[in-house]
Design a protein around this ligand. Structure first.
Ligand code: F6R
Length: 348
């Protein structure tokens, strides 16, 4: 049952626009002129390996997408607990992403190396074990996050991580400083976009929650740059509400998950304007699914999702966080301390 106490998670969601603004004030110029990358004193890389777990892994998906999209460089995403034995070619930079810097799976993967390839940590805790065990460290500067479910650390990881990539690409001559300045200009709209998304979501989510509160399972869909956010939405929903939630690139729907859709099944679509989504939505509606679209005018949660931004529709994460939060609160669960989970997972 809803209470009048302020949960940490609710506060941390509300802090996201300010956290993004603070980061952009601090590093915005250093992204466009390459100084952010230079400050790390690392050798240039030809490919990127992103190592993380959970929400940090979803941030890695966004960051990896930026290096390929804007720099034409290959990247691979490595689930930290499965890193053993993966081949790390010469010229690879590993970025280990972890808000706590204490996640055992990440620490083990870093330890296993290979240590003759450079490693950078993107952490919220600059004094963590991970920060001590790598060649260079970059803070994601989210400030304290107490709720077990990562929210503002995710937004800050995405922002700092994509900023780092743009900065590196400028230094490597793969992105012109003019184009980088344009992209940073887009990033500078993020605080406002996050604030708009928060307002829109706070208005729309309670009604959606009323409709879907009895559903036993949820499907999250996106295409292209929206996919990592669909994944993050499903992760948040699972961990807070204890309901099943599956995330897929929307094109995968007809390759299996469509069989799950029946009358009333909630299907949450992060709609960044990809025209192919219309067909996916029609397939769901034809089977009686309850489609909740986030993005584009006329969506159930109407927020103008950026499509050109270096980090895709980042503001979509706000309604997704609030959907999970509000449903969990309605069901009477402790949103700050979900069952079976811990803020730092120090066992592997
Ligand atoms: C989910 C969540 C977890 C963490 C994961 C990795 O809300 O917080 O999935 O993202 O346990 O933690 P860090 O980032 O500390 O390595």
């Amino acid at each position: 049952q809803p209470t009048d106490r302020v949960d940490h998670m609710a506060r941390e969601i509300d802090e996201q626009p300010d956290a993004a603004a603070r980061i952009l004030d601090t590093i915005g110029d250093d992204i466009a002129n390459g100084a952010l990358w230079r400050s790390l004193e690392l050798a240039p890389f030809e490919r990127l390996r992103l190592l993380a777990c959970g929400t940090s892994l979803n941030a890695g998906l966004v960051i990896g997408g930026a290096v390929s999209r804007f720099g034409g460089l290959a990247h691979n995403i490595v689930v930290a607990s499965e890193a053993a034995g993966t081949i790390v070619e010469p010229g690879t930079l590993t970025i280990a992403i972890s808000q706590s810097g204490e996640t055992a799976d990440v620490l083990r993967a870093v330890e296993e190396g290979p240590r003759d390839r450079p490693m950078l940590a993107l952490v919220n805790n600059l004094h963590s074990t991970l920060a001590r065990n790598v060649d260079a460290v970059l803070g994601c500067s989210a400030g304290a996050e107490i709720g077990v479910a990562a929210t503002k650390t995710f937004v800050c990881q995405v922002l700092v991580g994509t900023g780092l990539i743009l900065s590196a690409l400028v230094e490597f001559g793969r992105l012109s400083s003019g184009d980088a300045a344009h992209l940073v200009g887009e990033l500078r709209s993020l605080p406002d976009r996050l604030a708009t998304a928060t307002l829109a979501a706070r208005a729309a989510i309670p009604g959606i929650v009323d409709e879907v509160r009895h559903a036993s399972g949820f499907i999250f869909l996106g295409r292209g740059a929206a996919v990592p956010y669909a994944m993050e939405g499903a992760l948040k929903l699972k961990e807070l509400t204890y309901r099943w939630a599956e995330a897929y690139p929307a094109g995968e729907l007809k390759h299996g998950p469509l069989a799950l859709v029946e009358d009333g099944t909630p299907v949450i679509v992060v709609d960044n304007g990809d025209p192919r989504l219309a067909g996916n939505i029609a397939e769901v509606l034809a089977r009686g699914g309850r489609v909740v679209t986030i993005g584009r005018a006329g969506s159930v949660v109407d927020i103008p999702l950026g499509t050109l931004s270096p980090c895709g529709p980042l503001e979509a994460v706000v309604p997704l966080q609030l959907l999970a939060f509000t449903l969990a609160a309605e069901l009477g669960f402790d949103v700050d301390k979900p069952r079976n989970l811990a803020k730092s997972v120090t066992v592997d």
